[in-house]
Design a protein around this ligand. Structure first.
Ligand code: G3P
Ligand code: MG
Length: 375
């Protein structure tokens, strides 16, 4: 890379350029772009860092397309050359969940069947979408029949994952992954609750254990129903509209409201059992840090680039970016600092629920402050 060769060149001049021992993790929505529009000084910021060979990664709770596709889009939009070694999306960690690759999984969220194709690129062999289920059984959620023409071009016949006596009960789902924001909350909530009330994830059945006060969790999710993985906790995010919009966390909260109403919820001692990844959770920050360390090493020709002393997490959402940056304890001993910008969810005059190390106007201010702070 240019950073490696330029350092080698400098070394011949007997100067000993040090590889920067600090780096950046940039949130995307509300920091670099607002939906499809780049923010004013995003290009200047990333270009500057690349000219100085200061490493950075993009770390987003967004997703819905394969990393290679999204990186190409962002490179064009921001007019900066990015690649997948410096890019972590909400669902990127799902690519490592090999134990489900040969199972039948339900993937929710995103436009058309983009997320099915992402899952297949990750190596998942049998991927079902809510559109497939509605197309095969329109009666499960009659209010979405008007959308059948939207689903038709992307739906596929349901896999025969088991051979029951009743063919209508041939689909068993082994795990549910929410890759991105569902577009049809009514359909997706209906399908998720049908699966979680089912016997062993077999679509169209009911578990006899449901609502049994003698069983743990009142008998709910105690009969081999599929685990549920959410990729992004964001209740709100910064889209093009000037006020924050509901995110995947909004969908999950809507589901949890329906689930509590159906099961009695916490009053009956029933908890919705799920896994949520994404910022601010440790798993995502640890995954991102590994990606950043590897990318930094690549940047300097695979040489040992020395310890990464500090990472500046630049974000717009106190709940995901600042809370995560503040609380992450790096196993490498790297110090993470958080910088909050006012170009997204958080705006001037608000008091953030999670106090950043520094609050600034935009991403350029963040980098200028951090470069000084790193000295
Ligand atoms: O769906 C995207 C949204 O939840 C937030 O994305 O880039 O601000 O983490 P980002
Ligand atoms: Mg954001």
């Amino acid at each position: 890379s240019i950073c490696h060769s330029s350092r080698r060149a400098l070394q011949t001049l007997s100067t000993s350029p040090r590889v920067p021992d600090f780096a950046f993790a940039f949130d995307i929505d509300g920091v670099l772009v607002r939906s499809s529009d780049p923010l004013p000084r995003a290009h200047k910021t990333l270009s500057y860092l690349q000219s100085q060979c200061i490493p950075f990664i993009l770390l987003t709770n967004g997703g819905g397309k394969h990393e290679s596709e999204r990186v190409e889009e962002l490179s064009n939009k921001l007019e900066v050359l990015l690649d997948t070694t410096m890019f972590v999306q909400s669902h990127t960690p799902f690519a490592d969940m090999d134990e489900y690759k040969e199972k039948t999984v339900l993937v929710m969220g995103g436009d058309q069947d983009n997320c099915r194709r992402v899952a297949e690129k990750y190596g998942f062999q049998t991927v079902v979408t809510p559109g497939d289920i509605l197309t095969a059984h329109p009666e499960i959620w009659p209010f979405s029949s008007q959308f059948l023409p939207v689903y038709a071009p992307f739906s596929r016949p349901l896999p025969q994952s088991i051979n029951p006596t009743d063919p209508a009960q041939s689909l068993r789902i082994d795990a549910v992954f929410v890759y991105n924001d569902p577009r049809d909350w009514g359909l997706d909530i209906t399908i998720l609750k049908d699966l979680l009330l089912s016997r062993a994830g077999i679509f169209g059945t009911l578990s006899p254990k449901n609502n049994d006060p003698k069983l743990p969790n009142h008998g709910y999710q105690q009969d081999g129903q599929p685990p549920v993985f959410f990729s992004n906790p964001d209740l709100v995010w910064a889209a093009k509209y000037h006020l924050p919009r509901l995110g995947q966390g909004g969908f999950r909260e809507a589901f949890e409201g329906v689930w509590a109403a159906l099961t009695g919820g916490s009053r009956a001692g029933v908890e919705f059992q799920k896994t949520v990844i994404g910022k601010p959770f440790r798993q995502t920050y640890e995954f991102a840090e590994k990606r950043l360390v590897a990318h930094r090493k690549d940047l300097f020709g695979g040489q040992d680039a020395g310890a990464l002393r500090k990472v500046y997490m630049v974000g717009d959402n106190p709940e995901s970016d600042i809370r995560g940056g503040n609380s992450y304890e790096s196993p490498l001993g790297t110090d993470w600092a958080s910088i909050l910008v006012r170009t997204g969810v958080h705006v001037e005059g608000q008091t953030p629920a999670w106090k950043p190390n520094k609050e600034v106007g935009d991403v350029w201010d963040a980098v200028k402050w951090a470069v000084e702070d790193s000295k």
